[in-house]
Design a protein around this ligand. Structure first.
Ligand SMILES: Nc1nc2c(ncn2[C@@H]2O[C@H](COP(=O)(O)OP(=O)(O)OP(=O)(O)O)[C@@H](O)[C@H]2O)c(=O)[nH]1
Length: 639
């Protein structure tokens, strides 16, 4: 299959970028502007040409230094190769160096140095210029770049250059299209009969016709009506490609260069980004705390303030960890490259990569730097583990991790399975529900808390069955759905950390017990209650003559209820379990003979007033001994 590549040009003014583009493509890129209206994906400065093997190249040639920076930053994920153009008669000039620095800051590592205007100088001179260039390139990202001399006017070396471009491109590994979709917008316009069109380079993921997407930071919902890649209509486009998208659901006025088209729900605009920042050697000042800078990222340029956490200033050539507080919210991704410039005089100061696209406020102290360093150096596994270890929410699903880390789900899954095998994290999974995860260290930490919480609770309330389950879940299983919580209870149950009994959580060894002092009083009360038979006192009356404080009274009541020693007749009235058994025996005996019993018959049988009789009979229904026939006034045995 024929491939399509994007090649960028860089170099000092008048060194022959446009003339070389014309020599390679046969198109005068300055004239491309007129063609813009004809097709949604033709745009300023992009000219196509075909390599000897049939692969296609789109050459970007943008005039002017500002535009160069914009295009390089915006196209950083899409540019496969860069041609650094140096005129043989002039050699390295200030802007050559600055462009080289920008390529370096953006991490663009595949390049060819093209020496133009070969026809204006002799061979010896070219050799001298080449030596100069090698000297300058030493230690830079393009240190191994080949150098080739050409003439764009006589076309000497142009075919050789095409072959060299072809060879270099064939060595570049294929891009992967993993992750959520994101495309920073570089142009917005309307076309008659088509509607709103945006163009840009796809940073991550894939896009399809019909897909629902969202514009950030404005949070507009949109749909893809049609797509073009390099003037061809396509159904799908991938990371690294330059794409024109025809959008529905939005007007041109609601879009601007710098916005991003993204997968819905995955990106949150932020006004703080943590960064690893490298300052150029060549600047002649120190970057002070709170300096105002302009950050070029994606297709956006935003003013921001530099915040250091371990210094008052950064010196030329230094690489530091810091934060940039932005004047407007932006969308960015971890490891995304950016450039910073000084607003006036407009000069490039440095650049770097994003550590945290949704950064928080930090304190001025060494720990902040340690954290940023760890985050920037961290592998995917380390990041996942760190998230699970530091999150206030102990249990997280893949979706939650993906949202928190701004990383694609498929990559998170790979990391999780590795970490599970290493026993660094515990996976909770059952049936159709989504699996969720916890870091082992984090789990051990809360297990300790649980044991100590339960111990204290049992000591304070020795008569209770245990810690109320609902409260327990709120405290230790924040945000976990009941079904998921059951998984964790099962896990802890198997580990013999705790046991769950109805609505209570207790240590496995725990049994509610009466202390000796209360035991005696309890016996006394039970005895009295048994003697009262079918006409018992309320709990309040019963306990009047026994010395109990309010708490003991309550605890003992609940204890006897939980132990099944007493049963509730009404809110106030209770009956002893032995009395209830007696009642049951009498009624069952009667019903076996007579089949039915009315209230009147029961009254005669038990010889109590209605005040007791009604709750007694209702208790029998409740305990599933009898049923009251609907609409009748008699009861039968329950089958
Ligand atoms: N003799 C000769 N002249 C050349 C060659 N390449 C470019 N030139 C001339 O150099 C001048 C500048 O060339 P451009 O192609 O406009 O340079 P550029 O780098 O695109 O300039 P900017 O876009 O303004 O930065 C023009 O007059 C060209 O005709 C070459 O290989 N040989």
């Amino acid at each position: 299959m024929r491939k399509h590549y994007i090649v960028g040009t860089a170099g000092h003014i008048d060194h022959g970028k446009t003339t070389l583009s014309t020599a390679l493509t046969g198109i005068n890129t300055d004239r491309l502007k007129e063609e813009r209206e004809r097709n949604i994906s033709i745009e300023l400065g992009f000219a196509p040409f075909t390599l000897p093997n049939g692969d296609q190249v789109s050459l970007i040639d943008v005039p002017g230094h500002e535009k160069f920076i914009r295009h390089m930053v915006a196209g950083v994920v899409g540019i496969d190769l860069v041609l650094l153009i140096i005129a043989a008669d002039e050699g390295i000039m200030p802007q050559t160096k600055e462009h080289l620095q920008i390529l370096e800051l953006l991490g663009i590592e595949h390049g060819i140095i093209v020496l133009t205007k070969k026809d204006l100088v002799d061979e010896d001179f070219i050799e001298l210029v080449k030596e100069d260039i090698k000297e300058i390139l030493r230690g830079t990202i393009l240190k191994n770049a080949p150098i080739l001399a050409v003439s764009s006017t006589t076309h000497e070396g142009i075919d050789e250059l095409k072959l060299l471009i072809q060879e270099m491109l064939s060595q570049i590994p294929e891009r992967t299209s993993t992750g959520f979709f994101r495309m920073p917008i570089d142009r917005v316009f309307t076309l008659k009969g088509i509607g709103t069109v945006v163009t840009g380079t796809v940073y991550s993921g894939t896009i399809e016709v019909g897909q629902e997407l969202e514009i950030q930071p404005s949070n507009h919902k949109v749909r893809v009506r049609s797509l073009q890649v390099h003037s061809q209509s396509v159904d799908k486009a991938f990371a690294g490609q330059r794409v024109a998208i025809n959008l529905t659901g939005i007007e041109v006025e609601d879009l601007q260069r710098g916005d991003s088209v993204v997968t819905p729900g995955q990106w949150e605009p932020s006004q703080r980004v943590d960064v690893e920042l490298h300052l150029l050697n060549e600047i002649d000042f120190a970057l002070k705390q709170n300096s105002e800078v302009k950050i070029h990222i994606g297709t956006t340029e935003v003013m921001g303030t530099v915040l250091f956490y371990d210094r008052k200033e950064a010196l030329p050539g230094e690489t530091v960890y810091c934060q940039i507080k932005l004047e407007e919210p932006i969308i960015s991704s971890r490891k995304e490259r950016f450039i910073i410039r000084r607003p006036s005089p407009s000069t490039t100061i440095g650049g770097g990569s994003i550590i945290d696209p949704n950064a928080k406020k930090h304190k001025y102290r060494q720990e902040t730097i340690d954290l940023l360093k760890q985050k920037s150096k961290g592998t995917l596994d380390e990041l996942i583990l760190q998230q699970l270890q530091s999150s206030s929410q102990v249990f997280l699903t893949i979706q939650e991790l993906s949202t928190l880390l701004i990383l694609p789900k498929n990559e998170i899954e790979v990391g999780l399975s590795k970490l599970t095998k290493q026993l660094q994290i515990i996976e909770f999974q059952s049936g159709s529900q989504d699996p969720f995860y916890a870091a082992r260290t984090q789990l051990e930490k809360i297990e300790k808390q649980i044991v100590s919480t339960l111990e204290t609770y049992h000591k304070t309330y020795p008569l209770r069955l245990g810690y109320p389950k609902a409260e327990f879940m709120k405290q230790f299983m924040e945000k976990l759905k009941p079904k998921m919580a059951q998984n964790v209870f099962d896990y802890w149950g198997e580990k013999r950390l705790l046991m769950v009994k109805e609505e209570f959580v207790a240590l496995p060894t725990f049994k509610p017990q009466l202390p000796p002092t209360l035991q005696e009083k309890a016996n006394q009360l039970e005895q009295k209650l048994i003697e009262q038979g079918f006409t018992p006192d309320s709990w309040d009356d019963l306990t009047k003559e026994v010395k109990l404080n309010e708490k003991e009274k309550n605890e003992l009541y609940n204890f006897l209820l939980n132990q099944g020693k007493i049963l509730k007749l009404t809110d106030k009235m209770i009956i002893h379990q032995q009395t209830f058994e007696k009642l049951k025996a009498i009624i069952i005996d009667f019903l076996r003979k007579e089949q039915q019993i009315t209230i009147q018959q029961a009254k005669e049988l038990l010889n109590v007033s209605r005040k007791y009789l009604v709750p007694l009979m209702e208790l029998l229904d409740q305990e599933k001994v009898t049923v009251l026939r609907q609409g009748q006034n008699y009861r039968e045995l329950r089958k």
